[in-house]
Design a protein around this ligand. Structure first.
Ligand code: ATP
Ligand code: MG
Length: 384
């Protein structure tokens, strides 16, 4: 078959040797296709065309001598099989060439057709196998390199993930601890309220009743009136306290109704109007802890607006989609410096809002510049 013919280059300046080799190889046109060059330079040029598979190389050429001839050829064409043809039986030179990559060597003086053809066939075959081996080795090396890189990348990723996880766990521990603190603070506030407000009113009531017991009959009506007023006051305080603790509406009717009620009460107490917009929460019940968090965040933000912002209006928007509940409170008041305020840690309102959001896996951002109002945005996840 035509394409299996091996292209052979003979580089030989001695005409008679060249003729002999040509004659020996020439009879095997089905196996070899022989071309001839008579100097190393022209040989190198011919090899650079890329189709030569085997070079029969005389070491003593007009433009090169000895091992150098082999080295220059091997350098230029490392993938081509080379058989040195040595003239004088200088075997050590030929062996040296084999050590450096030649496939075989032949003595010009003793070469015959059978030996030459066999050497040529073997040289080409050996070179082919060598090349395949080298290729396989390179490929293997490349694959090992790639796999090593992959592994080291996976390792890095894992390290990062572990660190992230540790940080998240640390944060969760901190938040849980904070939660306990916050609950304790709330309890203290309730205790104080009960003691100061309710306790005082009850003491007043007790006094009125004791006085009434000792009063003449005609003063009883007035004592009753005073007692009644105190009881009314008491009832109001208890109701407020209970609503502050947890409006029953939030559990019974959901976030929207609880908010509407909160705004009405807020405006009555502070004279700050609430401009409210909402989407996706009407007739909709969200997880209880999400509703509570949204309610508390808005409550704290509105309290701050009334206390510090010096405005008559505040905007609140609440919207829910399948994934999140988004809450935003915007005022155009005096503003503040979020980083400074949070770093001061003297207060718990803003920090508490953020903690509520984070405990539910959400986020809370504070945007404010002194003199430019404030925007508080919370994003609470709804999907597990
Ligand atoms: N809407 C706002 N406009 C202007 N300043 C604000 C606003 N909200 C908060 N601030 C400023 O940020 C500070 C911290 O607020 P935060 O709610 O954390 O604590 P607080 O209201 O002082 O105390 P607490 O909420 O614990 O009763 C406030 O003292 C106030 O100076
Ligand atoms: Mg506050």
């Amino acid at each position: 078959m035509e394409h299996q013919k091996t292209k052979v280059l003979l580089i030989e300046d001695d005409l008679s040797t060249a003729e002999i080799v040509k004659a020996m190889v020439g009879e095997e046109t089905h196996l070899f296709d022989l071309v001839w060059a008579d100097s190393l330079e022209s040989g190198l040029q011919r090899v650079s065309e890329g189709d030569i598979e085997l070079v029969l190389l005389d070491f003593g050429l007009p433009d090169s001598e000895g091992l150098d001839t082999f080295l220059r050829m091997h350098d230029q064409a490392p993938n081509v099989a080379i058989i040195p043809l040595t003239g004088t039986g200088d075997e050590s030179l030929a062996l040296k060439a084999v050590q450096l990559g030649a496939q075989d060597y032949l003595f010009k003086t003793s070469v015959n057709k059978q030996v030459l053809l066999r050497a040529m066939r073997y040289a080409v075959e050996r070179k082919r196998i060598e090349e395949e081996l080298r290729h396989a080795h390179d490929e293997l090396e490349q694959r090992v390199k790639e796999r090593t890189a992959e592994l080291s990348q996976a390792n890095q990723l894992l390290t990062v993930q572990i660190a992230e996880r540790q940080r998240a766990e640390e944060e969760l521990r901190r938040l849980s601890h904070r939660l306990v603190q916050v609950q304790e603070i709330e309890r203290r506030n309730i205790a104080r309220e009960l003691h100061d407000e309710i306790g005082q009113l009850l003491t007043g009531l007790k006094l009125v009743i004791e006085m009434a017991a000792r009063s003449p009959r005609e003063q009883l009506a007035e004592s009753f009136h005073r007692a009644q007023a105190l009881v009314n006051d008491l009832m109001g305080r208890v109701r407020d306290l209970s609503l502050d603790l947890r409006p029953a509406m939030l559990d019974d009717l959901g976030l929207l109704h609880a908010l509407l009620w909160q705004f009405e009460r807020y405006t009555k107490q502070t004279a700050v109007r609430v401009e409210f917009s909402h989407r996706g929460i009407e007739g909709q019940r969200l997880p209880a802890e999400i509703e509570t968090a949204a309610y508390r965040i808005i409550q704290e933000a509105l309290t701050n607006v009334a206390r510090y912002a010096a405005v008559n209006d505040v905007r609140v928007s609440v919207s829910a989609d399948a994934e999140h509940l988004a809450v935003q409170i915007v005022d155009h008041g005096v503003g503040f410096h979020p980083a400074t305020v949070l770093a001061a840690r003297a207060s718990s309102g803003l920090a508490g809002m953020r903690e509520r959001a984070q405990l539910l896996g959400g986020t809370l951002s504070l945007e404010s510049t002194p003199g430019q109002g404030a925007i508080i945005s919370a994003l609470l996840p709804l999907a597990e």
